[in-house]
Ligand binder design. Structure first.
Ligand code: PLP
Length: 424
């Protein structure tokens, strides 16, 4: 695996307690979480590794789906350096060539017809843009799925199915209906009552919902229903897209072409935050005609677009998508083998597609315990925001054999300790 030479470790800032700074200036909740996770601060990274200020390093199989390219992929870092040295942020008076090239590169891989790209800075902003674009077409009703996650800004939160995050901010957008995921009949009922006025927001695999994989043909049926009832189809590929599932997009499994697709996380190359809303010419019309209808100062910045462009080009050159599929199959088999002795007891199910893998436990407590056991042994993994019994793995595609072995050995060891602790 190629990684750029590691940057020198930052000098330990003598006497500077990061937890204390968090307590005083960022928030007690995050400070406490940091302490629970061991109190370390992360100071550098390369490939699948993160280094902490106490000298330890951690294999990152988490990262909430961002790091398919690993950390600091040399080609992305080089492109970003070049952009910083030439023109990192734009006047927004003239056109920005790197934004145009990044849009072309991304559109070369989106399903046919999804040619128009609106770059933003985060996944939630991509969701916001899509909801506004749908409204510009008169689609003021929104149908979303239970356990779906689409971000936490007000509009995005309106279509995110998690009461913990929603309740403090009610009322949210009106006329949002949640239907069961992977249930076309439920969707049909909702759409039949909202002819020509609805949009549907759906993930190809629910990531934060606990890696819930729908039955084959679900998205095809969703697309048919949208056509029948005149609804706009918005597919959220923020977590599933950019190769995460071993295909460029989750919709590829069903060959579906949405009206609008949301992209994020991996588009950053793990280097500069960027996300995008991609749309067909017809859907994009209102944004295309009026460039000031939906804007933000930092959207489509040259520095972020340089990262996105280099990411897409590097993925093409290094066959990252195919590697994600191959590594995902090996990882899923390995995880299933490790979990086999606990199946129908502590572990309920192991499921995954490509490099998005979920391990569902019988009890929520197991997720927290295992996460800490893994950290103690040098591996990072994630919980799932909308499914608290599911531990999630979203490793880079560039993990080598030794790293995969290290993960599986560590996982087996940590799972054994967790099972023993929970039994006792
Ligand atoms: C499917 C999906 N949509 C939207 C988002 C929101 O993205 P962001 O956290 O960048 O706002 C996420 C984040 O986890 C996601 O998984």
């Amino acid at each position: 695996m190629t990684v750029s030479p590691p940057a020198p470790a930052l000098p330990a800032d003598a006497g500077e307690d990061v937890v204390d700074l968090y307590l005083k200036h960022i928030g007690s909740g995050r400070a406490v979480m940091g302490r629970v996770m061991g109190g370390m601060a992360e100071v550098r990274s390369e490939g699948p590794w993160i280094h902490a200020d106490d000298g330890r390093r951690f294999l990152n199989f988490g990262g909430y789906g961002v790091f398919l390219m690993g950390h600091r992929h040399p080609a992305v870092v080089e492109a970003v350096h070049r952009q910083i040295d030439t023109h990192p942020l734009a006047s927004r008076v003239f056109l920005e060539p790197v934004a145009a090239r990044a849009a072309r590169a991304l559109a070369a891989h989106t399903p046919p017809g999804l040619d128009y790209v609106h770059f933003v800075n985060s996944g939630a902003e991509a969701t916001e843009a899509a909801l506004k674009l749908a409204r510009a077409h008169g689609r003021t009703s929104v149908v979303t799925t239970r356990k779906g996650f689409h971000g936490k800004t007000l509009g995005a939160l309106s279509v995110t199915a998690n009461d913990t995050y929603r309740t403090p901010f009610l009322p949210l957008l009106p006329d949002v209906t949640q239907v069961a995921y992977d249930d076309p009949n439920d969707l049909e009922q909702a759409l039949a009552a909202r002819r020509e006025t609805a949009c549907v927001v759906v993930e190809p695999v629910q990531g934060e919902g606990g890696v819930r994989i729908p039955r084959p043909g679900y998205l095809t049926r969703v697309a048919e229903l949208c056509r029948t009832y005149g609804a706009l189809l918005i597919v959220d590929e923020i977590q599933t897209g950019m190769g995460r599932l071993g295909t460029w997009w989750g919709v590829d499994a069903d060959g579906v072409r949405p009206d609008i697709m949301l992209v994020g996380k991996g588009l950053s190359g793990g280097v500069v935050p960027i996300a995008a809303m991609v749309a067909t010419a017809e859907a994009y019309g209102p944004f295309s005609r009026d460039p000031y209808l939906h804007t933000s100062t930092f959207g489509a910045s040259p520095i972020a677009c340089a990262a996105a462009l280099a990411t897409v080009e590097t993925m093409e050159r290094e066959h990252t998508v195919a590697r994600a599929g191959a590594l995902g199959a090996r990882l899923l088999a390995g995880v299933r083998q490790v979990c086999a002795p606990y199946q129908d007891g502590l572990v309920r199910e192991v499921r995954g597609r490509g490099l998005l893998i979920g391990i569902e436990f019988a009890e929520e407590q197991a997720v927290g315990e295992l996460l800490l056991e893994m950290i103690a042994r040098g591996v990072l993994v994630n919980h799932s925001l909308n499914s608290t019994r599911v531990l999630r793995l979203t490793p880079p595609a560039e993990v080598d054999d030794a790293e995969l072995d290290f993960f599986l050995t560590t996982f087996a060891d940590a799972l054994g300790s967790t099972a023993a602790r929970m039994a006792g």
